[in-house]
Design a protein around this ligand. Structure first.
Ligand code: PEP
Ligand code: MN
Length: 347
């Protein structure tokens, strides 16, 4: 941190700032200039309130040098992290799968909600056939309206586990409350934390303690720094299995449900070693735009995609308008594979 004193700050004010720096066990290095004094502060400032010194007499401004996130940062780990999660419990597929750090684009696909046993099993076979590595589907749904379908809860999780038994796909499913983390962990291979819960700190802590891989979705009004700070909560519990997910942010634009922040892919990958997955379904809200934005995400360097696919989107109980049918999804995988090749990756 660098603290710039006001021009004309008195010796007493400078001494006061130095004393405060030493009180919090950081080391001051004052640089006395002709017009003003600047104090370089050595040590990890992150545990302290960034405004700690701002209100002291004679201080003009303070500038942090370290990024507020530590474990999520590229400074902490130079190479891309790989997040490995369990998959098939039988011989139907690999026992573990990986997203990130392997030149591979992992595709997670499935319906928005788990609606019935038949629906999730049919979806699982369809997305596997097209080339997905994991099955998504919400058994607990965060809905804007309390009157909308809220999910089948534990029954939905049982159907997801059955779909894994039958196809060998890994299961990605949302958990909405800290108290439900242990139960969802019994069935899921990857815990999804949704956009609306990105800053539910109790949930982040519980997911961190679970040691299960976590797909952390960016809040719809969250900055990338806030997303990385949310990831930091999980990492700080010793759980390094975090996948970041860009799912579109809310802007003034109304032709799409959200605005896909494609910038987030290269920016997050430069700031952090964590894998970055893109969700073009929630980012656009319309099935007709999912293909183009999926291609863009892979071209931009995404480590994976999460796509909503429903056996019959017209009958979906949630997010039908943005869901692809199995034929459209198979075409998406085919096209994305060609884009991946162009950026030296595989699907
Ligand atoms: C979902 O994946 O179905 C979902 C609710 O996503 P988000 O949290 O990004 O809105
Ligand atoms: Mn959805």
């Amino acid at each position: 941190m660098v603290i710039t004193m006001k021009a004309g700050a008195t010796q007493v004010q400078i001494a006061g700032v130095i004393k405060r720096i030493e009180q919090v066990k950081l080391t001051p290095h004052p640089i006395i200039g002709e017009e003003r004094t600047v104090i370089a502060v050595v040590g990890d400032e992150r545990p302290f309130d960034p405004t700690l010194f701002d209100s002291l007499p004679g201080v003009e401004s303070t500038m942090n040098i370290l990024k507020p996130f530590k474990l999520a940062s590229r400074d902490f780990r130079k190479n891309d992290s790989a997040v490995t999660f369990a998959a098939a419990r039988n011989d139907l597929g690999p026992k573990t799968l990986t997203i990130g750090g392997n030149g591979h684009v992992g595709i997670i696909a499935g319906p928005c909600s788990v609606e019935s046993r038949e629906q999730i099993i049919e979806s699982a076979f369809a997305v596997k056939e097209a080339g997905a590595m994991a099955l998504r589907g919400g058994a607990y749904k965060p809905r804007s309206s309390p009157y909308s379908f809220q999910g089948h809860g534990e029954l939905g999780l049982k159907w997801l586990a059955e779909a894994r038994e039958l196809t060998g796909l890994a299961i990605v499913t949302e958990v909405m409350e800290p108290g439900l983390v242990p139960m969802v962990c019994e069935y899921a291979d990857v815990l999804q934390i949704g956009a609306r819960n990105m800053q539910n700190f109790a949930l982040l802590n519980a997911a961190g303690e679970s040691m299960k891989p976590v797909l952390l979705k960016r809040g719809m009004a969250a900055t990338m720094e806030e997303l990385l700070m949310a990831a930091e909560y999980i990492l700080a519990k010793g759980n390094y299995n975090v996948i970041l997910c860009e799912r579109g942010i809310r802007t003034f634009e109304k032709y799409t449900r959200n605005t896909l922040d494609i910038n987030a892919v290269p920016v997050l990958k430069s700031l952090s070693h964590l894998p970055v997955v893109v969700d073009p379904s929630h980012a656009t809200g319309k099935s007709e735009y999912v293909l183009a934005t999926s291609r863009a995400a892979v071209a931009a360097g995404a480590d994976g995609l999460i796509i909503e696919v429903h056996p019959d989107p017209t009958q979906a109980m949630s997010d039908g308008a943005q869901s692809l049918d199995p034929t459209q999804f198979a075409e998406l995988v085919r096209q994305v594979r060609r884009i991946a090749e162009a950026v030296d990756k595989t699907v």
